[in-house]
Design a protein around this ligand. Structure first.
Ligand code: C5P
Length: 423
């Protein structure tokens, strides 16, 4: 039985610099077709053979190759990159990459990732026949086999035989993508993590380690015509802070953000939307998740028939017919097969804050409502601080006024407790 089906697997593909690199694009396509998540690291040399943009388009993720890129590190640290994968696949594995792996060198992103990983690796060697047969490569391959690295294209230690791009004939060609795919499936049958001695390795990575969290944040914009829209004063600060706090607690976070003036939080997957209907579609496609936090101020109504052309003044003020938007929170809370274990909503009220929050908890079918007063003068909407009452089956807890980051941290603690109880 496959321990980890390919459709659920996260593959980190390391592309070395060789003519066979073009086949790695085909490999990405096939892996994606089978439902695997593929992240790609390319060596500098690989980028001479295939365009990183092609690999990014096929994998659906940015391609990384620079060990010292601040932007990439902010998105996902290079250690995390290999930790989040189920299997590392090196294709093509050049003589240089095999040598680095065998000797534990860590001079670039590809080599560092291979050394820092806690997961097993599969290599698909590709090189000139003389390089492949050279005693140094033979030694390196033997060392890697002894280290538990799987090899594909190997026939008792030999890579595929055939005519090579360099005109010579013999072993050293990279295995074809279907054969690599089959080898990946075989590798996933065994546990992919490399066991470490007790007491060594990652510390507890936080209260939400291994959990998937979806957060909606910010306002929605509902178009009246191509230039005008209905909006609200939500800044997205609270929702974004929750996404960041969840990330820090070790969760994999998808933040679905309406139009806000805030930077995307680092290490969080951000989906930018404008309308409530787009937000709903993004939320549903981000499922399944363990936790759903609806912090967005979704417009309750939209214009039934938004004008395709800009409405002219001459016609007089238009009569706008409004229709109700889908209630994303209620819909997610009512899911049968994939309802997140913890569903949290917000209630921005101007009066009878806790009473309304209690009602909302029932009406929306969620587990927690975070209620705040947005009465004029409270400075909550768009402000840095928040003062909330947290309503759940356990009762009402009124929290003192504090900044939105602190509210987010406490809320994540509470969510993690609930998630543990329900696990
Ligand atoms: O009903 P009300 O708009 O007051 O509910 C607020 C809560 O419901 C918030 O958590 C908000 O994100 C969520 N909501 C939603 N979809 C809507 C309206 C509100 O997810 N259309």
């Amino acid at each position: 039985m496959t321990a980890k089906p390919l459709s659920d697997a996260r593959i980190l593909l390391i592309v070395g610099g060789g003519v066979a690199a073009y086949k790695s694009l085909e490999l990405i396509r096939r892996l994606r077709e089978r439902g695997a998540d593929v992240r790609v690291v390319m060596t500098e040399a690989a980028k001479r053979f295939v365009a990183p943009l092609s690999a990014a388009a096929l994998s659906g993720h940015p391609v990384r190759s620079d060990l010292f890129s601040l932007i990439d590190e902010a998105e996902m640290g290079h250690i995390e990159l290999s930790r989040e994968a189920d299997l590392l696949v090196v294709a093509p594995a050049t003589a240089d990459l095999l040598a680095k792996m065998a000797h534990g060198l860590a001079g670039d992103l590809a080599a560092t990732t291979l050394l820092a990983t806690d997961k097993r690796a599969l290599v698909a060697p590709a090189m000139n026949v003389r390089m492949w047969l050279h005693p140094a490569t033979r030694r390196n391959v033997a060392t890697l086999s002894a280290d538990g690295v799987a090899l594909v294209g190997a026939d008792e230690g030999d890579a595929d035989e055939g005519e090579m791009a360099c005109g010579e004939y013999g072993p050293g060609r990279m295995a074809e993508p279907p054969a690599i795919l089959a080898a990946i499936e075989r590798a996933l049958e065994a546990p992919t993590a490399i066991p470490l001695p007790p007491g060594v390795g990652a510390r507890d990575r936080g209260a939400l380690a291994g959990k998937r969290v979806i957060v909606t944040s910010g306002p929605t914009w509902e178009p009246i015509d191509p230039v005008r829209f209905i909006a609200n004063r939500s800044s997205g600060r609270q929702g974004h802070a929750i996404a960041e706090a969840a990330r820090r607690a070790g969760a994999r976070v998808t933040l679905i953000s309406g139009p806000v003036a805030l930077a995307d939080p680092p290490g969080v997957e951000v989906v930018h939307v404008e309308t409530a209907r787009q937000m709903r579609a993004a939320a549903l496609s981000a499922l399944p998740a363990d936790v759903f936090v609806a912090a967005a101020a979704v417009a309750d109504w939209r214009v039934e028939a938004a004008g395709a052309e800009k409405l002219k003044r001459d016609g007089g003020p238009p009569a706008l017919r409004l229709v109700e938007n889908p209630d994303i929170l209620a819909e997610v809370a009512a899911r049968r097969a994939d309802r997140p274990a913890v569903v949290v909503g917000f209630a921005a009220e101007t009066e009878r804050v806790t009473e309304n929050a209690r009602d909302k908890l029932k009406r929306k079918g969620c587990d927690v409502i975070v209620a705040n007063s947005v009465a004029e003068g409270a400075g909550i909407f768009g402000g840095r601080d928040n003062e909330v009452a947290v309503v759940s089956a356990a009762g009402v807890e009124a929290w003192p006024r504090m900044d939105k980051q602190e509210v987010a941290r406490r809320l994540i603690d509470l969510i993690a407790r609930l998630a543990r109880e329900r696990a």
